[in-house]
Ligand binder design. Structure first.
Ligand code: NI
Length: 143
């Protein structure tokens, strides 16, 4: 683990008050811990957006109507095309109509975004979201 350093921050009073309310709401013990998470998230998102060859891991959540014609075959077909990045799939029968699938994914950003776009645009998919992050070693690496 890297050495901990302290630094001063100049900030408007009302902005700090809002920040303090937010960190209490989210359950952080200290301002420092909340700030570290904000910084990590900014670094992760920046790296992912700026370099589509970055190795990432994440999850893709899909909610769909399992009665939609051909949807299951099309979903399986796309996932087989991306078998190297799809690590695991969890399927939940949400109701008589809806299913939810959560795909654990790992690979380069461009491939995973391509996979997500192909699945999210299928007819019958009601909603979905891709979450990407980096292994902890990838966060602190310098550019
Ligand atoms: Ni189901």
């Amino acid at each position: 683990m890297s050495e901990i350093v302290r630094f001063g921050v100049s900030i408007e009073q009302d902005l700090l008050e809002n920040y303090d309310s937010l960190i209490v709401e989210r359950g952080y013990a200290t301002r420092s811990e909340a700030l570290r998470d904000l910084i990590r998230d900014a670094l992760i998102q920046s790296k992912i957006e700026n370099d589509l060859t970055t190795q990432v891991l994440g999850s893709l959540t899909l909610v769909y109507d399992h009665h939609a014609s051909n949807l299951l075959q099309e979903m399986a077909h796309v996932q087989h095309d991306f078998h190297e990045v799809v690590l695991s799939v969890m399927h939940i029968h949400v109701s008589h109509v809806d299913c939810m699938e959560i795909l654990a994914v790992r690979g380069i950003v461009s491939e995973i975004v391509d996979l997500a776009d192909k699945l999210l645009s299928l007819k019958g998919i009601k909603n979905g979201k891709l979450f990407l992050t980096l292994p902890s070693s990838g966060i602190t690496e310098r550019k």
